[in-house]
Design a protein around this ligand. Structure first.
Ligand SMILES: Cc1cc2nc3c(=O)[nH]c(=O)nc-3n(C[C@H](O)[C@H](O)[C@H](O)COP(=O)(O)OP(=O)(O)OC[C@H]3O[C@@H](n4cnc5c(N)ncnc54)[C@H](O)[C@@H]3O)c2cc1C
Length: 372
């Protein structure tokens, strides 16, 4: 059995970001990754790009929005604002290499059990034991369509790697957030007719929180397709999909039925990969894990933490890298204080992480007021 003080599961931006902070301490850790570094990004559909712009703002005290640790910037590395998935995976691999982050690829965690003094992980490479476990397995590998009856007749948008190769003339896209609009944009661009179904108006800007409204980058694409003859938008909620005589029927809550001859594409989002840790997850009403607000530990358990886009506290959504990286310092501070780290040393680290935007403890300051 391999024993480590801290085990982080997942080498995406969340897992590597927490590891980069642990690297600044003398606590031993390993990141276990089931495939390769940043592999979710390697699997992105070909035309997808980061929607959050990167900018080398580090020199004036603000980290690049897509950076996961200090002194790095995807914009600087690639001379680009919007990286593709493979480019961002290369940035993550570069950070791992440069800071010598301890990652063990091809090690899938299959089951986690609680043991006296820590956690036992059954993996594809044998047993591991740790006192502290950071769950950073992400969402991309868990596409979500399960709130639609007949989901087996649909395809999730993340499964379409090359939209230009998809055969057929007219398509129905369910969901009008970032991936739905991106998919509609790509299909229209390649000459397909698209009917997009969304429960509320896409241009409904009653909040400025980018976790709830489209990013400016995607709005630009939306405005382009909105005026196209190939694009139709329907307000409604799909509750059931059926297939009869080689045609698909999408049943809306309001009892309207939309028919299409091509498989419906659901851009209905993702949810946290939880299978190996499901015994330790309590869920909020919105389906995300309930966490201790002070530490990001799973509710009711100590020394098992969540990092990444599923972190929620009240109505605060940490779904983007520049949001969830603010909680990396919270997790590492909690581990260091339990390990008896010298208080002055810890205060110095926390103050540095705060300056960099890697530590946010006071959530009362997170409003989304933006009146102009
Ligand atoms: C098209 C698209 C565009 C996006 N654009 C942006 C953007 O512009 N800005 C932004 O902030 N966010 C963006 N996002 C969201 C962003 O990609 C995610 O928030 C981010 O990847 C989450 O990081 P993560 O480390 O939690 O998860 P991931 O990047 O998914 O990493 C999780 C890792 O865990 C590994 N893993 C999973 N299960 C196991 C296991 N059992 N054992 C071992 N390893 C395991 C996976 O292989 C993976 O490498 C975008 C997402 C999509 C799909």
């Amino acid at each position: 059995m391999t024993v480590q003080r801290v085990i982080i599961v997942g080498s995406g931006p969340a897992g590597l970001g927490v590891a980069a902070l642990l690297n600044q301490t003398n606590i031993d850790y390993v990141v276990l990754e089931k495939k390769d570094i940043g592999c979710s990004f390697l699997e992105w559909p070909e035309n997808m790009e980061m929607i959050t712009p990167s900018f080398p703002s580090n020199a004036f005290g603000q980290m690049d929005l897509n950076a996961i640790c200090e002194s790095t910037s995807p914009a600087f590395s690639f001379n680009k604002e919007h990286l593709t998935g493979p480019e961002y995976a290369e940035y993550l691999a570069g950070v791992t290499d440069h800071f010598k982050i301890n990652v063990r690829p091809n090690t899938e965690v299959k089951q986690v059990t609680k043991q006296e003094g820590g956690w036992i992980l059954l993996t594809s490479q044998g047993l591991f034991f740790c006192k502290y476990l950071v769950w950073a397995a992400g969402e991309f590998q868990n596409p979500q369509i399960n709130n639609i009856v007949g989901a087996e007749y649909c395809l999730h948008s993340s499964q379409i790697k090359y939209p230009q190769r998809i055969k057929g003339k007219d398509f129905v896209v369910v969901g009008g957030y970032e991936s739905g609009i991106q998919m509609a944009f790509d299909l229209v661009r390649f000459g397909k007719e698209v009917t997009l179904i969304n429960p509320f108006e896409i241009d409904d800007r009653n909040t400025s929180d980018p976790s709830r409204v489209l990013s400016p980058y995607t709005y630009k694409k939306y405005y382009e397709i909105e005026s196209s003859e190939l694009y139709t938008e329907i307000l409604g909620e799909v509750v059931r999909v059926t297939k009869q005589e080689e045609r698909y029927q999408l049943h809306l809550k309001e009892e309207t039925i939309i028919e299409t001859e091509n498989i419906p594409i659901c851009a209905t989002g993702f949810s946290l990969v939880t299978k190996p840790v499901q015994d330790f997850v309590t869920y909020r009403d919105d389906g995300n894990p309930l966490l201790d607000e002070a530490t990001d530990e799973f509710w009711g358990y100590e020394n098992i933490y969540l990092a990444g886009p599923s972190v929620r506290h009240d109505n605060h959504i940490f779904c983007f890298i520049y949001k969830f990286r603010q909680r990396f310092g919270i997790i590492v501070e909690n581990i260091l204080s339990k390990e008896g780290c010298d208080e002055e040393d810890l205060a110095a680290l926390v103050s540095r992480w705060k300056r960099s935007g890697l530590y946010l403890s006071d959530l009362s300051c997170c409003g989304d007021e933006c009146v102009c």
